[in-house]
Every structure is written in C-alpha cells, then in structure tokens.
Design a protein around this ligand. Sequence first.
Ligand code: IDP
Ligand code: MG
Length: 153
Amino acid sequence: MEKTLVILKPCTIQRGLTGEIIHRFERKGLQICGMKMMQLTDDILIEHYSHLAQRPFFKRIKDSMMVTPVIVCCLKGIDAVRIVRAMAGVTNGRDAQPGTIRGDYSVSVQENIVHASDSLETAETELKRFFKEDEIFDYAISQLNSKYANDEY
Ligand code: IDP
Ligand code: MG
C-alpha cells in the first residue's frame, strides 16, 4: 500500500480546522501511520519548496509556513497519493471544487489548508524529510475487509 505526506498548514492550525481535516481522511478510510506537530524552519522549507525558489512570492510562502507549528501526517492506503491529492483539490482554493478540502475551506492560493505529496516518488522523499524512521508506524488494522475486497490488498 502507498504512504503519502499531508501537512496541515499554519492557516489550518490558526483557524481551528485541524480535527475537521483529519476527520475527512479518516472517514475516507486512510490509515494514519504517523502524526506530529513540528515547527518548520527556513532550511526545511527551502528544500521542500525548491520548485518554487525562483518565484517572487517564495519568501512569503516560506514565512506563511512558519507562522505556527504545523501538523505532519503520514497516511496509508491503496492509491493513497492520488486519493489525497484529489481530496485536497487544486492549489488555488478559489478554483478548487466544492467537496474538496481546499474547495470547502480556502479562498486563497497560498493559504490553502494542506500540503499533499504529488506523486509516489515525491511522497517517499517528503516522508523522509519530515519523519524519522521510528515515527512511522506499520500496524495492522482490523477492518481491512470492510475497506477493501481481499484481492485489492
Ligand atoms: P500544491 O500545494 O497544490 O502542490 P505547489 O505548486 O507545489 O502546489 O505550491 C506549493 C504551495 O505554494 C501551494 O500549496 C501554495 O501554498 C503556494 N503557492 C503556489 N503557487 C502560488 C502562487 O501563485 N501564489 C501564492 N502561493 C502559491
Ligand atoms: Mg506541490
């Protein structure tokens, strides 16, 4: 099964939406394999958002990710990367479809509630960036047969 990274951004912490967002992923059937609060730093954000380094708003994005600690989550499931990206919705909250997280909770490109890994390869790199090996838990869940047909997992 795939594992993917979700970051609940400072805007989510500030607005008191943490539980609501985590609830959505749990309700969908994704398994929480890791979760912690951490204060991001300039160094980790330069690495994490390196694809945006040349954009004029790079400093603003980094600053917005350091306003409060964030909550990083490792979510697991079949096709977890694709599912979580679909649940997040497109980057701009004003364009995101109602029913998606950004579509339901954000009116901003920047303050868009969650980060979600965009591919399996990215997820692997990003999980290593934010979690130590012993902070990700591989434990059995009892309702696997209620979530999947037995030839799916
Ligand atoms: P994603 O989060 O949907 O994968 P990316 O392009 O990887 O989008 O950008 C990372 C984050 O940088 C976005 O979630 C958003 O917070 C911020 N960002 C991206 N593009 C813009 C922009 O044009 N203006 C302001 N912030 C942006
Ligand atoms: Mg991205």
